[in-house]
Every structure is written in structure tokens, then in C-alpha cells.
Design a protein around this ligand. Structure first.
Ligand code: G4P
Length: 525
């Protein structure tokens, strides 16, 4: 296979969902279809526990897939699928957001009874910012669900993406009978007692085909036809160009647990989802199929062994091919580094990864050199546009317990914030630094690491801050704002001005009073 063919067959994506929407269930079905696990249900059969980072590592023993805590790779339909993990539940953190900067598209998974939920909304903001193409799967149709129009209306109004239904359900809950596919005008019958949940697929001439009246219950068929007519009247047909621009999402309905609609989703996803997209560097746009290797660091994982400071840097390859042992330039420092892939993190049958292509994610040994957003390049000095900082939602002030360890604390805080494990803010009117994170459990990890790795025992105290927003806009208004709100202002690690706003009401007020200012949720250098 040529370099270009290898690259064009990659599909790198993430699943965006709220906890419990069915991400684990669907992931496992994908792996099953990809031939990566022998039985659907295998992955979960671990005391019904949630599927968290550590579980990804356990699946490593299964043949044919490479698993790291960051990506699941498996072949499907002639493509190489890279499913990048978006940690949810207790693991929710900046890494969850950053994972979305490493993908070319996303699958938004919704619980059809609940509609859009908070975590989906937060993650979708990142997709919108990057204009990531998204596909929507309405899961749990075997349970009582909102109507398709209600669900798609939420996607359009709350998530801000137009919908193009590719399938629509006939009935739901106990009366779920199947889906109508607009892709090839066929009906897929739901057979919950069959092995895969998939029953027969029957071709029809359109939604008014009289054969449908023979096969389906009149009440649910009438509801389906009404919903289909509404959808066709209000929504544009699927347009791949709009999808690739992140403006329109193809929508599918099904049941992950019954394995119904999942293959249809995967087949169509592989068909329309983008191969590795071009990436913007400061100097120019880099095409994935360019022969020279380039990539950027989107995640740094501390070693789980506290005796070693070593870390793993996860790199998304943007162009060309990675060869194990190759020398590339670390652009920020100008240093030459040798890329050795860690065995344990990127194992395929426990063998070290020998080569990888644009679209793939590799884990490389980090002796403390890498920062989030760093670029690696085989020849040209390029810098990919940085990964934004994401407005944290939980805040703590840090007090040192042993005054003699002040230097260690400063060093620890600086390194942990460089690594992207936390954001550090220095109030302009006070000496005590404020830590900000997006997932509350990060505080426990930080406290532990400051003590274990840097010997700085400290106490965290909650700070009464609602949200952090970067200030941008009119210089004179910034100066006026600074005069009036200095007690709630801080600088971030790069010296940018950040408003640590005390409550939601105050944020709304200042947004109204300072129309020339932007209070940004994302900040890119
Ligand atoms: P998550 O990773 O997004 O958090 O979701 P997960 O797949 O763990 O699914 C959450 C719960 O929803 C699980 O039930 C799972 O079985 C159920 N579920 C997933 N897809 C469907 C579906 O299509 N229909 C129905 N009815 N349920 C679905 P649980 O009781 O929390 O766990 P378990 O006892 O099944 O292990």
C-alpha cells in the first residue's frame, strides 16, 4: 500500500457523550464488528464495572487491536479506525477536551430518553470551535424515547448543528419495531431475540410504500410517517460538504445494547467520515498526505510509578509516516529527539509499534521535554496552532504546609501546569496561587503528586470562583475593567489576564456592561 493509501484509509474519531448514554456498550460493539474481540459483551464482563482508563489497558490482552489509555485501533471495512478515548465519569478532565483536538470527526451519542445532557454540551463546544464533523447516534430506542423531531430539535438548538436524519425509528420502547433508512430506502427490522438484534433488511420504494402497512403496526407507522414528513419539510437532505464543514450532522437511531443500528452506523460512518484532515500550522497548512512526518503533543500522562518521573507524551501524527527510532526535531527547543515507542502503551500483541501514519496516535517516552501543543517535525520548522486552554470550573487555593519547601512547591506547580494537569492563576492582588481544573477529582491527583513527586505537602482550600474567563477585546475597556475588578483578576502561566468571576450573575452583568470585551471560554496562544 502506498503512503497516501495508508493515510486515506485512516478514520480518527472520538465519542462525545454524557456518562451512561452507552459509550462503553457502543465501543464494544464496534470492536466486535472490527473482529477485535470475539464476543460482544466480553469487555464489560468485568463485574459490571464502568469502563474507565484502566479498562482500556486490560483489553490489551485481546488480539488484533492496539490499545493504550488514549486510543483503540482496529481495522474495519478496509479502513483503519482510531477511536480516541474521551475520559468521562470520574476521569473527566482537560484531557477529555484535548482528545477532541486530536481527532478528525466525532460521534455524538445521546440517550434518546434524555436528549442533550451537560457533558455532551460542554464537549460539543470544543467540536464547534474546531468545526469538527459530527455524526449523531440516538441510543436506547428500545426504551421509551422522546420523539425524533424533539431529539433533533435539541441537537439543532442546543448543540447548534443542523440535522439530516439518515434513519428514523418506527415505534420506540416496548413497541420499537425497527428503523427506516433513507440512505437506500429500506427498513431494518428490530429482532431483540436474534444474535445481533438485527433482523431482516427489506427494500421499499419510499415511506408511502404500501408494503410497510403490511409489516408494521398502523399506529407506529402513522407516527413514523408524520415524523418523516416533518423532518423532510424542515431539514435539508444530507450534504457531505456541509457535514465536513461541521454544519450538518447525519443522525441515526438504534439500540447499542441490542446491537441494533450499530453496524449501519459504522458502515456509513466509515463511508462519509473524513480521512486525516489538513492541520493549520503557524507557517502554513499541512496536508496529511505530505511525505514528511509532523505531529503534535495533545496529552501527557505521568508515569503511574512514582519512583520514575518519566512520562508518556501522546502525539497525533499530522502528516507522513512515523518509523520507530527515527530522529525528528522538537520544534520549540530545536532539539533532535529519537522516537522510541513505549511497549506497554502502544502494544499490538505486546509488540512495539514499528510504524504509524498520519491520523494515528503514538505514545512516546517523555523525559520531561514535552509540553502540550509541542510540534515534532522531520524536517521543516513548523509549529501547529496550539491546543486551547479550557476555562476551568473548579478552583482551589494552595497553601504550603512546610514553609521550607516553597521552591519545590513552585517547581511542582509550574511543571504540573506545563504538563497540562492543572491551570495556574496568580491573582494580581494577592500572593496565593489559584489552581483551576475542569474535573474535580484532578485536585486529589495534584495534591498527591505535589507531595510524592516534589515533596511539597500542601493544603487545598476551595476558592469562591464560579468560572475563569480570558479577557480579550478593546484595550481601553480592558484597562477600565482592570481598574474596577482588580480583586477578581489574575494572570495565567503566560501572563494573560483572566477574570475569576465569583458567580454567574456577575458574569452576566459584566458581559452587559462591557460590550467591547470578550470573556473567552477557550484561550489559544
Ligand atoms: P457509558 O459508557 O456511556 O457510561 O454507558 P454504558 O455503555 O456503560 O451504558 C450505561 C447503561 O446503559 C448500562 O446499563 C447499559 O447496559 C445501558 N445501555 C447502553 N445502551 C443501551 C441501549 O441501547 N438500551 C438500553 N435499554 N440500555 C442501554 P447499566 O445498568 O448501568 O449497566 P449494566 O448492568 O448493563 O452493566
Amino acid at each position: 500500500m502506498t503512503l497516501e493509501e495508508e493515510i486515506l484509509r485512516r478514520r480518527t474519531f472520538a465519542i462525545v457523550s454524557h456518562p451512561d448514554a452507552g459509550k462503553t456498550t457502543i465501543t464494544e460493539k464496534f470492536l466486535w464488528y472490527g473482529g477485535a474481540i470475539r464476543e460482544a459483551g466480553h469487555v464489560r464482563a468485568k463485574s459490571g464495572k464502568k469502563f474507565t482508563t484502566s479498562d482500556w489497558m486490560k483489553i490489551e490482552q485481546q488480539r488484533g487491536i492496539s490499545v493504550s489509555s488514549s486510543v483503540l485501533s482496529f481495522p474495519y471495512g478496509g479502513c483503519q479506525i482510531n477511536l480516541v478515548d474521551t475520559p468521562g465519569h470520574q476521569d473527566f478532565s482537560e484531557d477529555t477536551y484535548r482528545a477532541l483536538t486530536a481527532v478528525d470527526s466525532a460521534l455524538v451519542l445521546m440517550d434518546s430518553a434524555k436528549g442533550v445532557e451537560t457533558q455532551t454540551l460542554k464537549l460539543m463546544e470544543v467540536c464547534r470551535l474546531r468545526k469538527t464533523p459530527i455524526t449523531v447516534f440516538m441510543n436506547k430506542m428500545d426504551r421509551d424515547a422522546l420523539t425524533p423531531i424533539e431529539l433533533m430539535d435539541q441537537v439543532e438548538h442546543v448543540l447548534g448543528v443542523k440535522c439530516a436524519p439518515r434513519t428514523l425509528p418506527i415505534g420506540n420502547g416496548k413497541a420499537f419495531q425497527g428503523v427506516y433508512s433513507f440512505i437506500d430506502d429500506s427498513v431494518h427490522l428490530f429482532q431483540p431475540d436474534s444474535d445481533t438484534g438485527e433482523g431482516e433488511i427489506r427494500k421499499v420504494t419510499g415511506i408511502d410504500d404500501p408494503k410497510l402497512d403490511e409489516w408494521f403496526d398502523a399506529k407506529y407507522l402513522a407516527e413514523f410517517r408524520e415524523q418523516a414528513e416533518l423532518a423532510m419539510g424542515a431539514m435539508d437532505p444530507f450534504d457531505r460538504e456541509k457535514y465536513l464543514r461541521g454544519e450538518q450532522a447525519p443522525v441515526f437511531f438504534g439500540s447499542g445494547i441490542a446491537n441494533f443500528g450499530v453496524k449501519h452506523l459504522l458502515d456509513n460512518f466509515v463511508d462519509v467520515a473524513p480521512s486525516p484532515m489538513p492541520r493549520e500550522a503557524k507557517e502554513r497548512t499541512v496536508q496529511a498526505v505530505e511525505p514528511r512526518f509532523t505531529g503534535f503533543v495533545f496529552k501527557i500522562q505521568a508515569n503511574t510509578d512514582p519512583k520514575h518521573r518519566d512520562r508518556i507524551a501522546f502525539v497525533r501524527i499530522c502528516s507522513g509516516k512515523f518509523l520507530r527510532g527515527e530522529r525528528v526535531t522538537h520544534v520549540r527547543t530545536g532539539r533532535q529527539v529519537r522516537l522510541a515507542a513505549p511497549t506497554a502503551m502502544m502494544a499490538n500483541d505486546r509488540a512495539v509499534l514499528e510504524e504509524a501514519y498520519a491520523g494515528d496516535i503514538i505514545g512516546i517516552h517523555d523525559p520531561g521535554l514535552y509540553n502540550i501543543s509541542d510540534t515534532l517535525s522531520e524536517s521543516e520548522a513548523l509549529a501547529f496552532q496550539g491546543i486551547p486552554d479550557f476555562a476551568p470550573e473548579h478552583f482551589s487555593k494552595v497553601y504550603l504546609e512546610d514553609p521550607l519547601r516553597s521552591k519545590q512547591l513552585q517547581q511542582g506547580l509550574r511543571q504540573l501546569s506545563e504538563e497540562g494537569a492543572t491551570q495556574l492563576f496568580y491573582p494580581i492582588n494577592g500572593p496565593i496561587p489559584v489552581l483551576g481544573v475542569v474535573g474535580v477529582l484532578q485536585f486529589e491527583v495534584l495534591k498527591f503528586r505535589l507531595e510524592e513527586e516534589y515533596g511539597a505537602r500542601c493544603r487545598f482550600e476551595g476558592a469562591s470562583i464560579y468560572q475563569a474567563r480570558w479577557l480579550a477585546g478593546d484595550e481601553r475597556e480592558i484597562a477600565a475593567f482592570r481598574g474596577e475588578h482588580s480583586f477578581d483578576l489574575a494572570t495565567d502561566k503566560k501572563g494573560n489576564l483572566v477574570y475569576l468571576c465569583p458567580n454567574e450573575f456577575r458574569l452576566q452583568t459584566v458581559e452587559k456592561n462591557y460590550p467591547g470585551l470578550r470573556f473567552e471560554k477557550f484561550h489559544t496562544e
